[in-house]
Design a protein. Structure first.
Length: 305
C-alpha cells in the first residue's frame, strides 16, 4: 500500500527568516516540511572564516547540523548594516507573507525592522519574533542553558542531554506561523496583516517544566521515581528503561517479575522497588527485550552509561 502523501498546509506561503543559530532554523525546517517557500537571509561570514562559510554561526561550528537544518531552504547573503542590503531585504519582504526573526528588539530597531516600521512598510506581513525572554527582558542575554536553569530543569552539574528550550521554542515559532496563516485563511487576507507574535525561549522552557511544577517528575511523583514501574534499572549487561505506568502494564510487569499485584499501590511500595531491581539485575538485555515482546511490557534496553 503506498504511503499517504505528506500534509503540506503551508503550500504557497512565502516565509523569510533572519533567525540564526538553532531555534529559528529549526522552526524554518519544520515550516519548509509543511510546504512553505522559505528564504533564509544570512549576514556575510567573518573575514577570517574559510571561503564559502555561512554567516550563521551554526554553519561554522557544526556544518552537518547546519546542512540538515537548511535542506529545502533557499539562502541568500545580505549585509543588513548597509543601505544596499536593507533595500534588497525590503524587496524580498514585499512579496512575502511571514517574517521570522531572532534578534533583540534593539537590534531590529537599528535595522529598521521594528514592529512599527514593518507595519508601515509591509502591512501584509505577519511577524514572528523569537526572543530570549518576554517584554523588557528580551534585551537580557541568555541561552538555552540559562532558560532551563530558570525553569528548574538543570539538576546537578551535568549539562542537559539536548537543547530543550531552543527546540521547544522552534516548535512554538512554527505554531505561531500556523496561527497567523490560519487567521488569514479564516477571516480574509487582511485578518493577519500586522500580526506580531513574540516567542520567548524562557517561556518555552517553562512550558516544558510544567510536569515538574505539578510534581509529576519530582522524586515523590509517579514519573519521578516513586512508581517502581517507571524507572531506569541496571541489568546484567547494561540498563533498562521501564515505563509500565498504566495498571495493565504494571500488572504485566509484576507478573513477569513474580511480584503479587494488588492494585497500583503495589508499585509505590519499597519492597516492589527492591524486587524489581533484583529481577532486572539478574537478566540480560536480550532476555528483557524478549520478555517485553512476549508480555507486552513497555521497556527499552540500553548499554552501559
Amino acid at each position: 500500500m503506498p504511503a499517504a502523501p505528506a500534509l503540506r498546509p503551508l503550500r504557497g506561503v512565502r516565509i523569510i527568516s533572519l533567525a540564526l543559530n538553532l531555534p529559528g532554523p529549526a522552526a524554518l525546517m519544520r515550516l519548509a516540511a509543511m510546504g512553505a517557500r522559505c528564504l533564509k537571509i544570512e549576514p556575510p561570514a567573518p573575514a577570517a572564516a574559510p571561503a564559502g562559510s555561512s554567516g550563521d554561526p551554526m554553519g561554522q561550528y557544526n556544518p552537518a547540523a547546519y546542512a540538515e537544518l537548511h535542506r529545502g531552504v533557499r539562502r541568500r547573503t545580505l549585509d543588513l548594516k548597509t543601505e544596499r542590503g536593507r533595500a534588497a531585504l525590503a524587496r524580498e519582504l514585499a512579496g512575502s507573507d511571514v517574517l521570522l526573526t531572532s534578534f533583540r528588539p534593539s537590534a531590529l530597531k537599528k535595522l529598521g525592522l521594528d514592529r512599527a516600521a514593518l507595519r508601515r512598510a509591509h502591512p501584509q506581513l505577519a511577524v514572528v519574533c523569537i526572543v530570549g525572554a518576554p517584554g523588557a527582558l528580551a534585551e537580557a542575554p541568555g541561552h538555552d542553558l540559562t532558560y532551563l536553569a530558570e525553569a528548574g530543569l538543570v539538576t546537578g552539574l551535568d549539562l542537559p542531554p539536548t537543547l530543550y528550550a531552543d527546540m521547544a521554542g522552534a516548535l512554538l515559532a512554527s505554531e505561531a506561523v500556523l496561527q497567523a496563516v490560519l487567521m488569514r485563511r479564516r477571516a480574509g487576507a487582511s485578518a493577519a496583516r500586522g500580526a506580531y507574535v513574540e516567542v520567548a525561549l524562557s517561556e518555552a522552557a517553562a512550558w516544558l517544566a510544567l510536569p515538574r511544577h505539578w510534581g509529576l517528575t519530582m522524586p515523590r511523583g509517579a514519573v519521578g521515581g516513586a512508581h517502581a514501574g517507571y524507572r531506569v534499572y541496571a541489568c546484567s549487561d547494561g540498563r533498562v528503561a521501564v515505563a509500565a505506568l498504566e495498571p495493565h502494564f504494571a500488572a504485566a510487569l509484576c507478573a513477569a517479575a513474580g511480584v503479587a499485584f494488588e492494585g497500583m499501590a503495589t508499585l509505590f511500595a519499597p519492597a516492589t522497588h527492591e524486587r524489581l531491581a533484583a529481577f532486572f539485575a539478574s537478566r540480560t538485555r536480550r532476555q528483557l527485550d524478549r520478555l517485553a515482546s512476549q508480555h507486552d511490557i513497555p521497556l527499552h534496553t540500553l548499554g552501559q552509561r
